[in-house]
Ligand binder design. Sequence first.
Ligand SMILES: Cc1cc2nc3c(=O)[nH]c(=O)nc-3n(C[C@H](O)[C@H](O)[C@H](O)COP(=O)(O)OP(=O)(O)OC[C@H]3O[C@@H](n4cnc5c(N)ncnc54)[C@H](O)[C@@H]3O)c2cc1C
Length: 268
Amino acid sequence: MEDSKYNATVVGRIEMTPDLIILKVDVDEPRGDFEAGQYTVLGLYGYEERSPNSTEETVPSEDKKLIQRPYSIASSKHQKRQFEFYITQVKSGQLTPRLFNLNVGDRLYVSKRIVGTFKLADTPEGNDIVMIATGTGIAPYISFLRSYITNRPEQKMAVVQGAAEQWDLGYSSELTFLDEGFSNFFYIPTLTDANETWTGYEMWIEDMLEDGVIQKETGIHIDPEQTHFFLCGNPVMVENVTEILRESGYHRHTRKNPGSMHIEEFWS
Ligand SMILES: Cc1cc2nc3c(=O)[nH]c(=O)nc-3n(C[C@H](O)[C@H](O)[C@H](O)COP(=O)(O)OP(=O)(O)OC[C@H]3O[C@@H](n4cnc5c(N)ncnc54)[C@H](O)[C@@H]3O)c2cc1C
């Protein structure tokens, strides 16, 4: 018999690489209003099987305990019944190897709460937006764009996506399509370990900012009065970019002290 805490069904699973998936989930009960960029909690019991390419878990989980972790929503804020997540497998982790073992039709837990302060809605309409990501840090921006790209035609929006190799650039087809279709949107992917087929940038994101590449590609100014920055991904990249932006007068946005630099930390 199904455990009562499971309240959602996997309806899609796209394997980008053996350790990177897009998971689409239908919840039994539609959720209330939420904002693009927010996150919810996914859960599976400890008795669920781990994926074949995972390793032993660092911290053993208990069979009857619901393992719960937060995940950013990649789907549009207008979709309240079906949610999309972009997930990296931490091979020795508790939850992700179990999520990676799920197939279409399998059940899981999705929290009824959708929360978080990493929101495009908090930015003034006239300001430009730069979204910087590595890895699964792209997920909240996909929700931003799916929810808002047609609403803010006067505003420049840029996604700077850093990865090691080309196949790590999740959602690059969708981002390229938006770049070609919207004159106010700019997609700037960069690789640190590209092969010979790659014709784009091969720079660290930090260097792209310091050398003015982002400014030149988009015409966006690094000025906290005009441009909001969103940072999500590798903690070292986030720390380095934070330092660079601080030198230009940026401070981290919080509810109590609003600012133009928004940071989402997946892990530290
Ligand atoms: C607000 C928020 C949103 C998040 N959104 C996403 C998302 O959209 N996609 C996503 O893949 N993850 C996301 N995470 C991370 C996620 O919640 C889990 O921490 C992660 O999936 C690992 O869970 P686990 O149970 O497999 O590993 P655990 O058993 O919890 O072990 C995690 C340990 O592995 C290390 N680690 C190595 N790589 C990573 C990594 N990529 N992520 C986390 N820990 C890592 C950490 O140091 C940590 O101590 C988010 C986290 C937060 C706080």
